[in-house]
Design a protein around this ligand. Structure first.
Ligand code: AMP
Ligand code: TRP
Length: 332
């Protein structure tokens, strides 16, 4: 069976931007590609490339695992696990580092951006892309669904795989990125020219997946629009109302034309009241499932099962790689 691999970093809170732009697509993939086995993990080793406080990290790891299942990732279809619980990821990362060059890592744009913001830069942040390559090559992934920002890391992964295939006689599958067709891009509720972001200091700018329904209503009511007052889509000139229409449209499947017809003659209040109910209706079942799961044995069972399967595949691979490189003793 061919493999699909992807990781998600446990940092920040998930908001409806990430949900509508990425997670919803992800859930679709598991149904569209029934002939592939999925390995999806919480990338906690990646999260500590910039140091995190212990309690915060633990909380975010579990929260992310529960939210992904709550949003519809099917544990029967997907092996969901925590990266650090499968030691072969770190093991392979080291082997890849011995086959990567400082120059190629220095060219990574995400590293350049992130390191600029740090007072001191860890070796872990620098070698981050080799850990990501290990995550992928360990499972011989055929496809790797990621956002466009990860494309350069995927290209590096392919380069390392091809290089090691030449050196060690085809040990890796060379992976392909699966860049989601641009899902809806959701903008900030307070500044519709900016992306809705989990790192925005202004909490009113977004709706987090776990926000209480009254907060959701409040945020939508206070979302920035304009003084025109009609429900008409025009992304360039009327970014605020167009963003709200996008949220409405992605959740309900209604087109902009349908919404314009439905709300002809109506004002923002009526539209926003309806949108709030649409968003609450979408998030409520996710939240209910999340709170059922978060402290449940079920979640631990899912993560145990995912880990066990991942270890099974990963250990077999690491043994084979060590053997090809000539580490340890020759196997009888
Ligand atoms: P991030 O949360 O920024 O690490 O992004 C995780 C994934 O969600 C990436 O694939 C992003 O492209 C996507 N994403 C994040 N924020 C938004 C947004 N406001 N609208 C649409 N997609 C988003
Ligand atoms: N670096 C990715 C991000 O920040 C997360 C990630 C880690 C990942 N390992 C991966 C994604 C392996 C795909 C495959 O979004």
């Amino acid at each position: 069976m061919k493999h699909i691999v992807s990781g998600i970093q446990p940092t920040g809170s998930l908001n409806i931007g990430t949900y509508l732009g990425s997670i919803k697509n992800f859930v679709k993939l598991q149904d569209q590609m029934p002939e592939h086995e999925f390995f999806i993990f919480i990338a906690d080793l990646h999260a500590i490339t910039i140091p995190k406080e212990k309690q915060f990290l633990r909380k975010k790891i579990k929260e992310l695992a529960a939210l992904y299942i709550a949003c519809g990732l099917d544990p029967n279809r997907v092996n969901l696990f925590i990266q650090s619980e499968v030691p072969a990821h770190s093991q392979l990362a080291y082997l890849l580092q011995c086959n990567s060059y400082i120059g190629e890592l220095e060219r990574m744009t995400q590293y350049k951006d992130k390191s600029k913001k740090q007072e001191s830069v860890t070796v872990g942040l620098f070698s981050y892309p080799t850990l990501m390559a290990a995550d992928i090559l360990l499972y011989d992934a055929e496809y790797v669904p990621v956002g466009i920002d990860q494309k350069q890391h995927l290209e590096l992964t392919r380069d390392i795989a091809i290089r090691m295939n030449n050196r060690y006689n085809d040990i890796f599958t060379v992976p392909q990125p699966l860049i989601a067709e641009v899902g809806a891009k959701i903008q900030s509720l307070t500044d519709p020219d900016q992306k809705m972001s989990k790192s925005d200091d202004l909490i009113k700018s977004r709706i987090d997946l776990l926000d209480d329904e009254n907060i959701i209503r409040k945020r939508i009511r206070s979302a920035v629009t304009d003084s025109v007052g009609t429900i008409v889509y025009n992304k360039e000139q009327r970014a605020g109302i167009s963003n709200l229409m996008t949220i409405y449209s992605v959740i309900t499947g209604k087109s902009f034309t349908e919404l314009e017809e439905q709300y002809q003659g109506c004002g923002y209040k009526e539209f926003k009241d309806d949108l709030a109910e649409v968003v609450v209706g979408e998030l409520k079942p996710i939240q209910e499932r999340y709170y059922d799961l978060i402290n449940s044995k079920e979640l631990d069972d899912i993560l145990d099962k995912g880990r066990d399967r991942a270890i099974q595949v990963a250990m077999k691979k690491i043994t084979k790689i060590n053997d090809r490189i000539g580490l340890g003793r020759k196997r009888r």
